[in-house]
Design a protein around this ligand. Structure first.
Ligand code: C2E
Ligand code: MG
Ligand code: MG
Ligand code: MG
Length: 280
């Protein structure tokens, strides 16, 4: 390529190196995009399930479905492929596939609630409410057992559309959780404006409670806020019994984290449910 040749000739070797690295990064991403497209069509993005337990009894009351993508070169994190799917116009297909798999799997766990993450883009798709309605009817899944988790960043890009979709689904009995509260985006305004049925405290806030200083005060104040607004709270990222104890005494009703269980296959979850003891 001529421009590369000229750059070399004029001694701009470092610029050439830089642009080469950019090209490689772009190629890597576009090939990852191609692989993701294929993986979605093949149905090979699969949910794993992380248990949610009652803070008081330690018993499993629900699960959060989390997307997993295994490639021959290893697993790709949802922190990478979810944003990629959003940019590539693949999130509607990926999201509906996840919802369908999660609903079908959780169908055989009648006592458990199911939480599924929903991207902003899905929520603003005009056919989203009817797709969910159809899915729940087809699978005979009680809408009252379904919670959709969303982050605020989503809502603010199109508040009217988001609100309308939420209200349509609420009429069926579907609930909404504000995800990642306390990590920068989620605010008190969103909690009230969109009428969330649950607040999920971001793991960074839970972990900050281990630090010297104000971490535990901030966590307690956040839970106190939810209590004042009469919104039940789930804390995510609970890794130690010290954190669980602090959360419990601050009034948090539901715990999720590696202390209780990592995201797992449906078979592993069924084994865990057979264990007679409480888990946290
Ligand atoms: P999230 O919805 O906030 O999910 C919680 C994340 O925290 C999960 O990461 C979970 O594995 C992790 N986690 C839970 N407890 C602990 C703990 O005790 N310690 C540590 N270190 N981590 C813990 P994961 O599965 O990597 O998912 C990351 C994010 O990707 C999710 O955050 C969610 O925003 C997004 N995501 C995952 N699946 C889907 C999906 O099907 N659709 C959409 N739209 N987003 C998804
Ligand atoms: Mg979530
Ligand atoms: Mg979260
Ligand atoms: Mg998160």
């Amino acid at each position: 390529d001529m421009s590369l040749y000229r750059a070399k000739e004029s001694g701009r070797g470092r610029a050439v190196e830089y642009f080469k690295a950019l090209d490689e990064e772009r190629d890597r991403l576009s090939s990852l995009e191609g692989q993701l497209r294929a993986a979605i069509s093949a149905g090979s993005i699969r949910p794993v399930f992380q248990p949610l337990v009652s803070a008081s009894s330690g018993r499993i009351c629900g699960v959060e479905a989390l997307a997993r993508w295994q490639t021959p070169a290893g697993s790709v994190s949802p922190e990478v492929f979810i944003p990629l799917a959003e940019r590539a116009g693949l999130i509607d297909a990926l999201g509906m596939h996840m919802l369908e798999q999660a609903v079908k799997t959780a169908q055989v766990w009648p006592g458990l609630d199911l939480s599924v993450n929903v991207s902003p883009i899905q929520l603003c798709n005009p056919s989203f409410p009817s797709q969910i309605t159809d899915l729940l009817q087809r699978e005979k899944f009680d809408p009252k057992r379904l919670t959709l988790e969303i982050t605020e960043s989503v809502l603010m890009s199109n508040p009217e559309m988001s609100r309308r979709a939420m209200d349509t689904l609420r009429k069926l009995g579907v609930k909404f959780a504000l995800d990642d509260f306390g990590c920068g985006y989620a605010s008190i305004g969103a909690l009230r404006q969109f009428g969330f049925e649950r607040m999920k405290i971001d793991r960074s806030l839970v972990w900050a409670s281990d630090d010297e200083g104000q971490g535990s005060g901030v966590l307690e104040a956040t839970i106190a806020l939810a209590v004042a607004l009469e919104i039940p709270v789930t804390a995510e990222g609970v890794e130690t019994s010290r954190q669980a104890q602090l959360l419990r005494s601050a009034g948090c009703q539901q715990l999720q984290g590696f202390l209780i269980g990592k995201p797992m296959s449906s078979a592993e979850l069924e084994m865990m449910m057979k264990a007679p003891e409480a888990v946290a």
